[in-house]
Design a protein around this ligand. Structure first.
Ligand SMILES: [Zn+2]
Length: 214
């Protein structure tokens, strides 16, 4: 914890002075460019990955970058989505999975590990559609192939779940929001994005800016 407190003191001493005007401007309001739904994993740092600063991203992170379907239960993810779209008017929502995801690994292993973690097990049921897809399509594959497939299928499943939220569905219909499905590879910093026309993940580039179309 000492390193973390030292970090705050360093921020106040060395970083804040040069960005004082930005923070004072942001103290009144925020207008983020996008909502970023990522995994809580410490290796996935949205602002670092996207090179954005304070005020740029409205971030929700949880185990497995999961979006519970609308009205299943009150929750922080649903409330944040509603606020981001209806109040902040974010034009883009990114769901970002990543390589080596512990939540996705737990789904694949299942069994005893999840029995000892009832809250995790209940939470990861929101990825059942992805688990079923991988079980059907990659039944004979090795563990690494299955994990990579599950990470991708889970991003797609959570994009589907996003669409169950009326505020998102309405904003998409009126072309006010675009959805993006990303996968970040930790070892190489590669980011791929889902191309709905090609029905596969492709390297992220300006050409993929259009997002997933529905
Ligand atoms: Zn993860």
């Amino acid at each position: 914890m000492k390193r973390i407190i030292d970090g705050v003191l360093k921020f106040q001493r060395d970083v804040y002075p040069s960005q004082k005007a930005l923070f004072q401007q942001l103290s009144d309001a925020q207008r983020p460019q996008a909502m970023f739904i990522g995994c809580s994993d410490s290796r996935v740092v949205p602002e670092l990955l996207t090179q954005q600063g304070p005020g740029d991203l409205f971030v929700v992170r949880n185990a497995g970058n999961i979006v519970p379907p609308y009205a299943v239960a009150p929750g922080g993810v649903s409330a944040s989505i509603e606020y981001a779209v209806a109040v902040l008017g974010v034009p883009d929502i990114v769901v970002c999975g990543h390589s080596g995801c512990g939540a996705m690994t737990a789904i694949l292993r299942g069994g005893e590990q999840l029995e000892a973690l009832p809250e995790v097990a209940r939470w990861l049921h929101f990825a059942d559609a992805a688990r079923h897809a991988v079980a059907e399509q990659h039944a004979m594959a090795d563990d690494e192939t299955k994990l990579n497939a599950l990470v991708r299928e889970n991003v797609l499943a959570q994009l589907d779940n996003l669409l169950t939220h009326p505020v998102v569905a309405n904003a998409i219909q009126s072309k006010e929001v675009r959805l993006h499905g990303w996968v970040f590879d930790i070892a190489t910093a590669t980011v791929t994005t889902y191309d709905a026309q090609k029905e596969k993940f492709v390297p992220l580039a300006q050409s993929s800016f259009v997002g997933v179309s529905f």
